[in-house]
Design a binder for this molecule. Structure first.
Ligand SMILES: Nc1ncnc2c1ncn2[C@@H]1O[C@H](COP(=O)(O)O)[C@@H](OP(=O)(O)O)[C@H]1O
Ligand SMILES: [Mg+2]
Length: 270
């Protein structure tokens, strides 16, 4: 898809993702009881309602593009097509159920192994991020004003490293100790990627399993902002050959140099 078509598609998806976010937020206020999927992860009627809105929106705008969604029970076994939407209707469900505010709605466009466009919306924080190609990464304020996130100047600081709030494993803790001195912050959703794209954090390390729908929109944002996401073996998170959705771990960083440095530290910390 060319840049202009991608931009038009992403801009048309903004009201869709805002609609899903508004509904999810209102459901959180009324209280939602989780059910549990076979893998033990929670799902609520907010996840399912958001899935319906996002799927309807994607289909209305681009009916020919297949959709892979966390809340479609056939998705986990599906293979990536040359062109797919990859969506996570409610990321950070555990935090959502607990009344926290960092949960997100996620839409990515994946083309031939590249996450070429992404939208991440954290409705309870009123933060909406989107990208549609290298150098094209923005935050849209609730009043519609857009802030360009590309090439943000960062004053030298101790690296800010983000980790999962609830899936912090021993390996990641071991790696964090080798990265000291750094500032560690916990956050339970894909907002971690968006904060890297916005230069509000420097890296996100996760050495436990996750799925492409948890990462695809975040990958699009981080790469559009000039950052990198590497698998633990140092290969890119996605490439033309990868078709499966499972990801065993990754390092996302605001610059390729920092991603490489953390990847080297991770190998040494094993
Ligand atoms: N063992 C596992 N395998 C695959 N994905 C996992 C997993 N454990 C956690 N996840 C994913 O990690 C996400 C939470 O990560 P974090 O706490 O960093 O936000 C969850 O997203 P959902 O909330 O969308 O289900 C869940 O899908
Ligand atoms: Mg998720």
């Amino acid at each position: 898809m060319d840049l202009t078509s991608r931009q038009q598609l992403v801009e048309a998806l903004i009201p869709v993702i805002r609609r899903a976010g508004a509904l999810v937020r209102s459901l959180q206020k009324t209280g939602v009881a989780p059910n549990f999927k076979p893998d033990g992860s929670p799902v609520t009627r907010a996840d399912l309602a958001s899935h319906e809105i996002l799927c309807a929106g994607c289909k209305a705008l681009a009916a020919a593009i297949p959709i892979i969604s966390e809340e479609d029970e056939n998705s986990a076994t599906q293979a990536l097509k040359p062109l797919s939407f990859v969506i996570d209707p409610l990321d950070g469900t555990k935090e959502f159920v607990r009344g926290r505010d960092e949960f997100t709605i996620n839409i990515a466009l994946v083309e031939n192994g590249h996450a070429t466009a992404g939208l991440i919306y954290a409705p309870a924080r009123e933060r909406l991020f989107f990208s549609y190609g290298n150098g094209y990464v923005f935050e849209e304020a609730p009043d519609g004003q857009c802030r360009d996130l590309f090439n943000r100047i960062v004053t030298p600081r101790r690296p800010i490293v983000l980790v999962s709030r609830t899936h912090l494993d021993r390996q990641t803790e071991g790696l964090l100790s080798t990265l000291q001195p750094c500032t560690i912050r916990k956050l339970g959703s894909s907002l971690k990627f968006a904060l890297i794209a916005a230069a509000e954090a420097d890296a996100y390390v996760r050495l436990s399993p996750t799925m492409l729908w948890d990462c695809a929109a975040g990958l699009a944002l981080v790469e559009a902002a000039g950052g990198t996401v590497l698998r633990t073996d140092g290969s890119p998170l996605l490439d033309e050959k990868r078709r499966t959705l499972r990801i065993d771990g990754f390092i996302a960083a605001r610059t390729p140099q920092l991603a490489q440095r953390i990847n080297t530290a991770q190998k040494l910390s094993l």
